[in-house]
Ligand binder design. Structure first.
Ligand SMILES: [Zn+2]
Ligand SMILES: [Zn+2]
Length: 881
């Protein structure tokens, strides 16, 4: 669609993209010293950029550009998280191979990123499905193994009995858990698989969260919950003929209230019991393990456990809310003091006993569990002991009890029974067991893709599977599992520091200098796994002596969503705006300006056509204004000393201060509002007077640079028009010329204008002839300063001043007024500064109210008018014609 009267964004944008590329503007030199490392989570190449990508990458790009203008070296790389199941599925659907499909997607997305004007150092591009990257996954896996951080053990997988294959969680569909391919109900199977023992780092990862003070609290909370450290105790309950069964509890003080015992369906004892009891086996089969399910279901086993504290027998259930991999897979049920146990007991008519009472007040234990600490009751010798003391004593007193810390965090299962991933560098030998492939034989490369109807295609490739044992030289089989793609993304940020390294995954010295990532931006859906795995791998690599940095990401910002009519854009909802179409119609700068101006990066916002158009029109106006000035169409003078020139000069400074703070703190919308305000001020300046050439030019130079991080193409065009030879992308950030309290000056002018509006409105004056503005006398400023400094007796302090006391009643009245507002008093500009600020802004009053402005000091004004003037709040008198 061709629209009229708009600038030629397509020509401008492609021109500058080419020039940047030719001049290598975004390249980070290897000898840069600790560059500002700005990183967006690298994408999964899926086809086209969507709006979420565009927002994510515009945020980092704007920040990276801002840093570069600040004179910083900047590292702003991009790459592709290009292994994974979706590519494998897409390839099967399209009857091509995953590699081809992935590379096509990368081509498309890279072209689109370049059209958006993202300033990446493409020399550092990383593609995880390339052998020169994934060989280092294999190399690191071996180092993990050597450090005892990689283990082979049984792990549960989803198994389709009809396809005879392992399924990823994403391939199990719906609540009924059916195979995505054939619809057969999925079963669980135990297979030997590789785990990275992240649990060895549980405490360190948890404690490290305290130091991440530039992460959102919500994300820190999510990480803490995921690790889930609980301090408690283990204790055994004897089940006659079967022996002691261990449970973990954080509330050993409630053991006298244990009225039932529960096992996970997968617990060893459960398995033993059902082996001899087909009826029980059938009943257990109907249980669906689900800790969060509303309904708690269980099966009585016919067995009883002996409570080690009371010696009483309590019934043993198999219950669906007990998970095999949480705690010991068995628990003591204390319905009086645990809400989940309470629900279960109510359902199965099990006794509910109170053994802890709150310190004060009553609780009805039949209604709901009392879960707080308190004082023990009905607990034998522990009665009237406090909960915490009782816990310690019981650990000492019960034979099988011991203090124990438990975590929710599990070891990281990295084996995937899929083709499109990093081959795990292991060979299985009948004689030697699993043997690591020697370093000099890495990478173990993926063979050509052979589509298979079921299972893991790698198993079908004989030339891949059949090999020699590196240890004994006998025949052996290669491991056909590939690595979880989270492995690829858990250290890629290190590889960006030295992407071409052929002898090491990354250069230690450079990584030590360049890491951590200073600003990391990406979706909240990665706030747990990806960030936790990255933190773990970084620490583990550090402990191998390869890195000094412990935490990979200093500041993490999850960007908000782009919505349409209040709901997140998603292709399944069909409410998607295509970034490519927006780029074609309006250009990248418009899309970027609209997105960054609409909301803070962390907030959700609504995509609106109106907002896009208004951004486009603004860019056009800015360019028009610069071009008119450059073509000498804007009449200018060599004035410079008039109040209006002074006003504009100081507003330029104020805008620089505010916009810089906005960029610095990821409040780009505030920065852009300031920058737009400056452009609007320059327009009014030009309309009101023949602008001073130097001031006007400085204003334009400033505005262009303030927009440069967000609208990089059109600002290059402007910069050239202003006679600059270099790229604005490499210019210096503007600096304020005056050091002044801009905020107070702006507030004074805004308040005074507001007061004038109010009076005109109340007095119903439509055409004022003159507006008299009277600033407060010096003595009121002094009284204010004394009042602010005084602790309590404001009137006394003010009147203790001899000169003020001489002013008599006027001073006393003002002192009383100050005393009333004591808590909210704020410092005002000095009297001369106040007068000067209003004098510079007089033209704005004249422009708005179309009246003469008479600015006066209190001593020059009539008493009845001057009386009302206070610091920061001049008196106003309107004269009608
Ligand atoms: Zn199936
Ligand atoms: Zn061998």
């Amino acid at each position: 669609m061709q629209r009229q009267d708009t600038y030629d964004h397509a020509a401008i944008e492609s021109k500058w993209q080419e020039r940047w590329a030719d001049a290598d503007v975004y390249r980070t030199s290897d000898d840069a010293t600790d560059p500002s490392y700005v990183l967006a989570m690298f994408p999964y190449p899926s086809g086209d950029l969507h709006m979420g990508h565009v927002r994510n990458y515009t945020i980092t790009d704007a920040y990276a550009r801002y840093q570069r203008l600040q004179g910083e070296d900047v590292l702003h790389p991009m790459g592709w998280d290009s292994f994974g199941l979706p590519a494998e599925n897409a390839a099967i659907e399209r009857e091509i191979n995953p590699r081809e499909w992935t590379m096509d997607c990368i081509d498309t997305m890279k072209t689109q990123m370049q059209s958006m004007g993202f300033g990446y150092d493409w020399n550092r591009e990383i593609t995880t499905c390339e052998p020169d990257y994934y060989r280092w996954n294999q190399w690191l896996f071996k180092r993990f193994y050597e450090e005892g951080l990689a283990e082979r053990k049984g792990g549960e997988v989803n198994w389709c009995p009809s396809c005879e294959t392992v399924l990823a969680d994403e391939q199990v569909e719906g609540e009924a858990e059916l195979c995505w391919r054939c619809g057969t109900p999925v079963e669980s199977r135990t297979l030997d698989q590789w785990f990275l023992t992240i649990t060895d780092y549980a405490d360190e990862l948890l404690d490290g969260i305290d130091e991440l003070d530039e992460w959102p609290d919500s994300v820190r909370g999510m990480q803490r919950n995921w690790i889930g450290r609980q301090e408690g105790a283990t204790v055994e309950f004897e089940v006659p003929e079967f022996g002691g069964i261990e449970v973990f509890t954080t509330r050993l003080d409630t053991i006298y209230g244990a009225t039932f015992f529960a096992l996970a369906p997968g617990h060893e004892l459960t398995q033993e019991l059902i082996a001899d009891d087909p009826e029980l086996a059938t009943q257990v089969e109907t249980l669906d393990p689900d800790a969060d399910g509303d309904e708690k279901r269980g099966v009585f086993t016919g067995e009883y456990a002996i409570n080690p504290a009371t010696g009483e027998e309590i019934p043993v259930y198999v219950a669906d809310f007990v998970l095999s991999d949480v705690g010991t897979g068995a628990l003591m049920g204390v319905p009086g003091h645990d809400q989940r146990d309470h629900e279960f007991a109510t359902e199965y008519d099990i006794e509910i006993e109170q053994v802890v009472a709150p310190e004060d007040g009553e609780v009805d234990i039949d209604e709901a569990a009392y879960t707080g600490d308190g004082v023990l009751v009905d607990s034998g010798e522990y009665d009237s002991m406090e909960s915490a003391t009782a816990r310690d004593r019981l650990v000492d007193d019960l034979d099988t009890a011991a203090n124990h810390t438990q975590y929710r965090l599990r070891d990281w299962l990295i084996s995937r029974q899929r083709y499109w991933g990093t081959p795990i560098p292991v060979v299985h030998c009948d004689e030697c067991g699993p043997v690591m492939v020697p370093d000099d034989e890495l990478p173990v490369e993926l063979p050509e893709f052979v589509p298979t109807p079921t299972g893991n295609p790698l198993e079908e490739v004989e030339s891949f599977v059949e090999t020699e044992c590196p240890e004994c030289g006998g025949p052996a089989e290669r491991e056909t599992d590939t690595m979880d793609t989270f492995m690829d993304s858990s250290w890629y940020f290190l590889r960006f520091t030295s992407p071409d390294g052929e002898a090491v995954p990354f250069d230690t010295e450079r990584a030590n200098d360049w890491m951590p990532v200073d600003e990391y931006v990406g979706g909240i859906e990665h706030a747990i796994m990806h960030l936790l795995y990255s933190r773990f791998v970084t620490r583990a690599i550090g402990d191998m002596g390869l890195l000094d940095v412990r935490e990979p990401f200093e500041h993490y910002l999850p960007q908000g969503m782009v919505q349409l009519d209040g709901t997140a854009m998603s292709s399944s909802k069909g409410n998607v705006v295509s970034p490519v179409e927006i780029m074609d119609e309006y250009g990248a700068d418009t899309a970027r300006l609209f997105m960054m101006g609409a909301a803070r990066p962390s907030k959700d916002f609504d995509w609106t056509e109106r907002g896009v158009r208004s951004s486009n029109e603004f860019i056009e106006r800015l360019l028009g204004m610069v071009e008119a000035f450059a073509a000498d169409e804007t009449a200018t003078a060599d004035a410079g000393e008039r109040p209006i020139d002074e006003y504009v000069a100081r507003e330029i400074d104020a805008t620089i201060d505010e916009a810089s703070a906005g960029y610095e703190n990821f409040r780009f919308n505030d920065a852009l509002r300031e920058a737009r305000g400056l452009v609007s001020l320059l327009r009014r300046y030009r309309e009101q007077a023949t602008p001073d050439e130097h001031t006007f030019e400085r204003g334009l130079h400033t505005a262009v640079r303030l927009f440069a991080p967000v609208t990089p193409h059109v600002t290059e065009e402007c910069w050239t028009a202003l006679g600059e030879d270099d790229f604005v992308a490499e210019a210096d950030w503007p600096e304020a010329a005056h050091d002044a309290d801009h905020e107070a000056e702006r507030q004074l002018v805004a308040n005074t204008r507001e007061d004038v509006r109010h009076i005109l409105d109340v007095a119903n004056i439509e055409e004022p002839a003159a507006i008299e503005v009277v600033v407060a006398p010096e003595w009121k400023h002094r009284a204010l300063a004394i009042a602010i400094a005084s602790d309590e007796d404001v009137v006394g302090s003010v009147m203790a001043d001899e000169e003020l006391r001489e002013r008599g009643e006027a001073a006393a009245d003002y002192a009383k007024d100050l005393a009333e507002r004591h808590q909210s008093l704020t410092e005002a500009l000095a009297p001369a500064a106040e007068f000067a600020a209003l004098e510079r802004a007089a033209w704005l009053f004249e422009r708005e109210f179309d009246a003469e402005i008479r600015l006066e000091r209190a001593s020059d004004a009539p008493d009845d008018v001057a009386r009302g003037a206070t610091p920061g709040r001049p008196a106003i008198e309107i004269h009608e014609g």
